[in-house]
Design a protein around this ligand. Structure first.
Ligand code: NOJ
Length: 545
């Protein structure tokens, strides 16, 4: 078999929360065996790469991003053997697996921190510099606080050591000290460990914050980039088909640096694009997308954007202006409980008023715009959220498989579920579930499956260039995707009204067109115009044929 090292450029990625996907051993918590049991579902959906939210040993105070042991599985989720089985079964179905690397911090329950903070610990000497300690809470004062709703400072006093420790996220997640070469090495060993277990890709959590230096924001420092280049060359030498994905939530000018010269990360999320897709829809105006694309440089051939609508966190509004944030909050999060830190803790369907037209339009964009699309579990059936739950739990509720007890997620008594299943009139598991949607040819799930099949027939979506068209109507976002094989024009209507599109205006005049979403039927334009229904979209292959 020839190895395709650029496989990630054609991948449809599916992010899932192991804890909330399927409970195979009936203890109320989703587990690895549960994911294995549902692999056929993911394969039939058309998933290429399964991204597992953190599965390492953890007290789960931050969804597993608070790690206690980077080289072991959380016993609630299963064992290393279960993981190996999952990897094997995933590969057998032609899919791949991505796990998390959380290099920036650990849980305060991690043995390294236990030894570091306690001078009487037998291993204190070895670990005392694994974290960032200070006698005061004054250093790096220009660094912003990320979890604004929970933390007042990036320093917390530790009474046992009698010093402050540095943390960019929760106070129970101390940051590791990358000026210590031992820490740098330990992380590479962790990467090696997961590669040895057979993973295909690694999502690197919170990369901008690895190092900190006085006199600036302590984000995106050259020292951090140098370390990621080292990580990449290690991976390249050890297992060159592994893909590294960065979660650098930054403006495009900074994000682009995480690709290096094609020698840092293979993929990075386009964070600033995501809220602008929602903004454009809300305002029926593509301008926010045009503007952010104008700031988005071309990528090196081996690099790829990861694009997404929703994920396991709040819809972050860090990479927008203050006015834009206010607009987004007013429009999409009218109730205070819907807001979190600098974001909105809601799922896709409720954000879009459960309007199928808008949900499908946004998926048309996700699947046809630049980069590799990342789907968030449950969004394929239009699951709802629960804003009464704490922090981000409201968007991490159990997957709704059918209309049986706990939505088919688990057969324990409902009170035993750590996160309750959604149970309301609109989004409850009785109504919104996989089984019902599989049986309904017009369901969101069945529609999305077809869309994914169609996307996969056209490598241009994963690898082609993207050129924006400039129709006069701002409610229309149109672009041409092109590679050596073909050219596809995609037109999206952000308006609640039908719109006439002039092909002359878009510079695509006098050409033959075929409707990619409708069996390649020829498209007859009347007077070089085409009408798009409210929130409609078309994918049109451009001739000559
Ligand atoms: C980003 C993750 O997506 C988020 O869930 C987590 O809380 C922070 N990093 C801290 O690890």
């Amino acid at each position: 078999m020839t190895v395709n090292n650029l496989w990630y450029k054609q991948a449809v990625i599916y992010e899932l929360n192991v804890r909330g996907f399927y409970d195979a051993n009936s203890d109320g918590v989703g587990d690895l065996a549960g994911v294995t049991a549902k692999l056929d579902y993911l394969q039939h959906l058309g998933v290429d790469l399964i991204w597992l939210l953190p599965i390492m040993k953890s007290p789960l105070r931050d969804g597993g991003y608070d790690v206690m042991d980077m080289q072991d599985i959380n016993p609630n989720f299963g064992t290393l053997d279960d993981f190996v089985t999952l990897v094997k079964e995933t590969h057998r179905r032609g899919m791949r697996i991505m796990v998390e690397l959380i290099p920036n911090h650990t849980s305060d329950q991690h043995p390294w921190f236990q030894a570091s903070h306690d001078p009487s610990h037998p291993e204190h000497e070895k670990y005392k510099d694994y974290y960032i300690w200070s006698d005061t809470d004054q250093m790096f004062s220009q660094a912003r606080i990320i979890f604004l709703d929970y933390e007042k400072s990036n320093w917390t006093f530790d009474p046992i050591r009698g010093q402050y420790y540095w943390h960019r996220f929760f106070h129970h997640q101390p940051d590791l000290n990358y000026d210590n070469p031992e820490v740098q090495r330990a992380m590479l060993r962790t990467v090696q460990f997961w590669i040895d277990l057979g993973v295909d890709a690694i999502r690197v959590d919170a990369p901008p914050y690895l190092f900190e230096r006085e006199g600036g924001s302590s984000e995106n420092l050259p020292e951090s980039h140098a370390y990621y280049k080292r990580l990449r060359s290690f991976v390249e030498a050890y297992s060159p088909e592994i893909m590294l994905l960065a979660e650098a939530n930054q403006w495009p000018e900074e994000t682009i640096k995480y690709f290096g010269e094609g020698d840092e990360f293979h993929m990075n999320f386009h964070f600033p694009l995501m809220p602008r897709l929602f903004m454009a829809l809300a305002k029926s105006d593509r301008t926010p997308i045009d503007k952010i694309l104008a700031r988005t440089p071309e990528l090196n051939k081996s690099c790829q954007w990861g694009i997404f609508l929703r994920n396991h966190d709040e819809l972050t509004l860090e990479m927008v202006t203050e006015d834009e944030r206010k607009f987004m909050w007013d429009f999409y999060a009218p109730e205070p409980e819907m807001r979190l830190n600098l974001g909105i803790r809601r799922r896709l369907a409720p954000l879009l008023d459960n309007d199928q037209r808008k949900i499908r339009l946004m998926h048309s964009l996700l699947l046809s715009f630049m980069g590799s699309p990342v789907l968030y579990y449950g969004d394929e059936i239009g699951m709802g959220d629960n804003i009464k739950l704490r922090d981000r739990d409201g968007v991490r509720t159990p997957m709704q498989w059918d209309d049986s007890i706990n939505g088919g997620f688990s057969d324990v008594e409902p009170q035993k579920l750590r996160i309750p299943v959604i149970d309301n009139e609109v989004y409850g598991y009785q109504k919104v579930n996989v089984k019902a949607q599989l049986a309904d040819p017009s369901s969101l799930l069945n529609w999305l499956k077809i869309m994914i099949v169609i996307r996969k027939q056209h490598s241009v979506f994963g690898e082609g260039t993207l050129t924006l068209c400039s129709p006069k109507k701002k409610s229309i976002l149109a672009y041409v995707r092109e590679n050596e094989l073909e050219k596809i024009l995609v037109i999206n209507n952000f308006s609640s009204k039908p719109q006439k599109i002039s092909f002359e205006e878009m510079g695509i005049d006098d050409v033959e067109l075929q409707d990619v979403l409708n069996l390649y039927q020829p498209v007859i334009l009347e007077g070089r115009e085409l009408e798009l229904e409210a929130y409609g979209f078309r994918w049109l292959k451009v001739g000559p044929f």
